[in-house]
Design a protein around this ligand. Structure first.
Ligand SMILES: Nc1ncnc2c1ncn2[C@@H]1O[C@H](COP(=O)(O)OP(=O)(O)OP(=O)(O)O)[C@@H](O)[C@H]1O
Ligand SMILES: [Mg+2]
Length: 272
């Protein structure tokens, strides 16, 4: 089973800039090649909560996440993360990021992969004991203790993506940015991972930003950012979204908002 002891509470998540949101964007625009991929986004991600980032393939979810973790070029507008401009060097150890494609070394075991990334996060002999504890906890968190000594290359797809997630959990980051972490996982594992995400938010006060295009996962988030074609369609709680659109599910609410947006842009073109 998943380990419910997901580490100590974050010491410094609230003593600095307690009033600032985890992420604050205003007029955020990103150009990739010939395309404007994000178009003047304005939103806040509150601290200590799970925010779901949802929208169809190609709408800009990964680009937004890359911007937040500081790996995206050609950004204009405001993007503050944990009270600092995105990409600030001091944010490196405060953010955990899982990319859409699992990035692990196939020729290392699960534990060796984690030891390697733990050494980058907390180098030096003095931190050796902490690294060992961190690595063991992260492996337990993602339920891979029985595979700790297996080569990553010999794991299943779902197991490999859990190794990536374990890497992001090292060092108890204040902000976890997870790009489609549950893709390809079976329903039991998906449920266990969502329980872990809630546990991390509740116990550590960490902020989680999780992308998905599976709408039933939206219901498990505290807040939602719904995206379409590089714009934010809605920024609300699942319940408020359902109420506002008079629908039963977030999926229906999303479709309703898409139809509204399409209609609005048609009317705009018509009146030009
Ligand atoms: N390197 C690139 N150069 C130019 N355009 C790019 C590049 N990478 C992505 N794009 C474009 O940016 C847009 C947003 O891509 P992004 O990967 O952010 O979407 P996404 O919402 O994460 O999609 P998915 O759900 O399929 O992962 C897409 O239209 C894509 O074609
Ligand atoms: Mg993506």
């Amino acid at each position: 089973m998943m380990n419910n002891e997901s580490g100590p509470p974050l010491a410094d998540s609230t003593d600095q800039e307690p009033a600032t949101p985890a992420v604050h964007a205003d007029g955020l625009t990103v150009v990739r090649g010939p395309r404007t991929v994000l178009r003047g986004l304005a939103f806040d991600v509150p601290r200590g909560r799970i925010t779901g980032l949802l929208g169809p393939s190609g709408c800009g979810k990964s680009t937004l996440m890359r911007s937040i973790v500081g790996t995206q070029a050609n950004i204009t507008g405001t993007l503050d993360v944990l009270g600092r401009p995105a990409g600030h060097p001091s944010l490196r150890t405060r953010i955990g990021y899982v990319t859409q494609a699992p990035s692990v070394y196939d020729d290392l075991t699960v534990r060796q992969n984690l030891d390697y990334f733990a050494a980058i996060l907390a180098p030096g002999r003095a931190a050796a004991e902490r690294r060992r504890t961190d690595v063991t906890r992260a492996i337990d968190d993602v339920d891979l203790a029985t595979h700790a000594d297996s080569l990553a290359g010999n794991l299943s797809g779902g197991q490999r993506s859990r190794v990536s997630l374990a890497v992001a959990l090292l060092g108890t980051p204040e902000l976890l940015v997870l790009d489609e972490p549950t893709v390809g996982l079976d329903p039991v594992l998906r449920r266990d991972l969502w329980n872990l995400f809630h546990d991390i938010a509740a116990r550590r006060g960490a902020t989680l930003l999780i992308s998905s295009h599976v709408m039933d996962e939206a219901e498990r988030c505290h807040r939602l950012l719904l995206m379409r074609e590089g714009e934010i369609l809605a920024d609300d709680t699942p319940e408020a979204l359902r109420t506002r659109t008079d629908t039963d599910t977030v999926e229906s609410a999303f479709l309703h908002l898409v139809d509204q947006a399409v209609e609005a842009s048609r009317t705009k073109e018509h009146t030009r």
